[in-house]
Design a protein around this ligand. Structure first.
Ligand SMILES: [Zn+2]
Ligand SMILES: [Zn+2]
Length: 358
């Protein structure tokens, strides 16, 4: 028996298809037979060397499949349907113990699909079984693979703004939040915002693409702002004021794009005391500036995040299993085609999410 893997042998170049023996589970870990691997925008950065990683690595950090090999005596057994959380830590510190390996106190980073081989392969070695979350029967596996990355990131981003928005809603019932970017993350974000924010809070999306805004409306958003490059900032502010209600600005905003233009626009249209959540990784090698006095006098808050925690992933899995959150449109592709799909993703041609079916 062999496993096929697509390896990154040179930055910016097509992957190399390799064939190897199927691995066995390491101590404390497992081997998962991949069923689906999500194709994510982070992979474009990894493939192009924007975040340098060891060459000869198999990318693919959005992994769902079945347990193929595991030590006896664990909560999981061979054949269980699982999704993998892709960022392991030391496994021993109190943060790792709490299911927050992203914040590992030892600073250990074991990244499936970045520092160790990931899901663009028939089988994946999982270094720590605690990184695996069971997939309920009611969750489709092509959806499950998306949850540890885009689903969890959007959920965590909405969680970050919940306390601020609850406070606004208590004092001023008429308030709205803004989600910048109506792609895959934005569509998850709209639905989590509708589930987690107080009833009556309006969720508004901004995007440069009218089609994406239409899809966001179908996913439940209450209003759309078209932010084309030809739209000047005065128009952005005027249009935002029309949908913000009596608060005069957004109670909170999540920037799933996060380039200087979107960053500066969000700062102009946040309400006093509003929360600005920075999520997107599009701002490679660029900076944005904050007008310091208005920032302080406006009592703006700012935070950022990288995916989320394992307990949050369990919450996301439950919300999807209950049918409260619907996945974005998903397109299926072959392993051999993954490099071309990444090129399409880079060119903005992928609607919803693309996944590789193994
Ligand atoms: Zn991802
Ligand atoms: Zn740790």
């Amino acid at each position: 028996m062999a496993r096929r893997s697509m390896r990154l042998v040179e930055y910016g170049k097509p992957f190399q298809l390799t064939k190897e023996e199927v691995p066995t589970a390491p101590k404390g870990g497992a081997v998962v037979k991949t069923e689906y691997a999500g194709v994510c925008h982070s992979d474009v950065h990894l493939m192009d060397g924007d975040f340098p990683i060891p060459l000869n690595t198999v990318l693919g950090h959005e992994i769902a499949g079945t347990v193929h090999d595991i030590e006896p005596g664990q909560d999981l057994k061979v054949g269980d349907r699982v999704a993998a959380f892709f960022r392991g830590g030391c496994g021993d510190c109190s943060r790792c113990e709490m299911g927050e390996p992203i914040a590992c106190l030892q600073g250990v980073r074991r990244g499936l699909g970045s520092t160790v081989d990931g899901g663009y392969s028939d089988y994946v070695i999982i270094p720590d079984v605690r990184l695996l979350v069971k997939v309920p029967d009611t969750v489709a596996m092509d959806t499950a693979c998306l949850l540890p990355c885009s689903g969890l990131t959007a959920y965590n981003a909405v969680c970050k703004m919940v306390p601020t928005v609850q406070d606004f809603a208590k004092h001023n019932g008429d308030c709205a939040v803004l989600l910048v970017g109506a792609g895959g993350l934005g569509l998850w974000g709209v639905q989590f915002a509708k589930q987690l924010l107080p009833a009556g809070v309006r969720v508004i999306c901004a995007d440069v693409d009218e089609e994406k805004l239409k899809t966001a409306r179908e996913a439940g958003c209450d209003g759309a702002l078209l932010w084309g490059k030809d739209v000047d900032n005065d128009t952005v502010v005027a249009e935002a004021k029309k949908v913000c209600g009596s608060l005069g600005g957004f109670a909170a905003a999540i920037d799933f794009v996060n380039v200087p233009a979107t960053f500066e626009r969000v700062e102009k249209i946040l309400a006093q005391g509003g929360m600005h959540v920075l999520v997107g990784l599009m701002g490679v090698g660029v900076s944005a500036s904050v007008p310091l006095m208005p920032y302080v006098l406006g009592r703006h808050q700012m935070t950022s995040l990288v995916v989320g925690s394992l307990p949050q992933l369990t919450d996301v899995m439950a919300l999807v299993a209950q049918g409260k959150i619907k996945p974005p449109p998903i397109s299926h592709h072959t392993l051999e085609n993954v490099y071309d799909v990444l090129q399409d993703l880079k060119a903005g041609k992928v609607k919803g999410r693309a996944v590789v079916k193994l």
